[in-house]
Design a protein around this ligand. Sequence first.
Ligand SMILES: *Cc1c(COP(=O)(O)O)cnc(C)c1O
Length: 432
Amino acid sequence: MSSTTTNASLFERAQRRIPGGVNSPVRAFRSVGGTPYFVSRGEGAYVWDVEGRRYLDYVQSYGASILGHAHPAVVEAVRAAAGRGTTYGAPTEGEVRLAEELCARVPGLEMVRLVSSGTEATMSALRLARGATGRSKIVKFAGCYHGHSDALLAGGGSGVADQGLADSAGVTAGAVADTVVAPYNRVPALDRDVAVVMVEPVAANMGLVPPAPGFLEGLRAACDRVGALLCFDEVITGFRVGPGGASRRFGVLPDLWCFGKVIGGGLPLGAFGGREAVMEQLAPLGPVYQAGTLSGNPLATAAGLAVLAELDDAAYAMLDGRASELAGMLGDVMVDADLPVQVPRLGPLLGLHFSDAPVTDYDEARAAAETGIYRRFFGAMLERGVAIAPGPFEAMFPSLAHGHDDLERTADLAAAAAADVQRLLAPGAARS
Ligand SMILES: *Cc1c(COP(=O)(O)O)cnc(C)c1O
């Protein structure tokens, strides 16, 4: 990094060699406008850009950094693991310990396989469900994001929604012919061709949309009626909304789980798992093939174990309390600025919809995004050194490193930002 390196100059260079200048689309700021900040380092609740500007960070790698950035326990675990070699192509004790730790925390989870991303977890769970049931059809919900594999992109939230793409080019009709997209929070009618119903038990990729009372129980019953498997994509909710994730929190037992983000402590790691009878369909025990050169690699498992070791009941209580405080303050600030707002919260997860009424599905989430308020609020916050996700369809991720003072600062800056937004929206103000 030279003294003349700026976000703008890096973005210009990036765009020459990396499509859109980014390696994951939502980072490009297309839905909020402006130039992305290029991060040079992070510590706790903060990141610094290459120009030396500090941001109070609520992105936290979309939930991958639940302890905050560069937590000493994670740094030390990764440093120590790196010194022993980063990958061997042979099994390690760390994989066994992480698998045991995941299963110990999630009731009903009997076996897991480790992979390197959430996308791999969902893609593999899907293949496993199809292999185990001998059926083809899958049901997913509009606005839920399950990674970028072909069959699961249809009706996707998160970056897919940000880009305004209904689906993606390059996905053949054949690849999605067996994908049925249903509205979130309504139990769809299933038939006996359905292999699996895949759902985010708390949707966190269309902003935060909690499950309506009875929705998850209804899915369980509907799957049981036709012999379909139920898969909870807990890549965001797993080990965040509580020690056992959403399944434990809501007391609804799926057949399959997908994990990612939190369990890798900021390194590439995902997992899918379920009951032994289903998981034993995987190679080398069964006929469903699935593999990975870097699966369960020693750095990622070391980081994951270090993170989970910090996540005891006291940590979740603290995360819960901070999210609750933040949600209350953000709600008050918006009301004071006369902006329509919903701040849904589920434990440590919260969302921000600029809407008069609670958001229960993707259509409502999109309507809230289309007010353009999020985009303006994002810009007004970034200007003040607070980073929220550069798109209206993401959740907010306060970490264990976000202290009370950080939240109070957020509230003060959010009040000023909200007032700016209100001025911009006032009749006669220039629309940007
Ligand atoms: C982030 C996410 C994924 C994809 O995980 P990657 O690690 O980005 O591949 C899948 N499902 C959900 C619910 C996610 O939030």
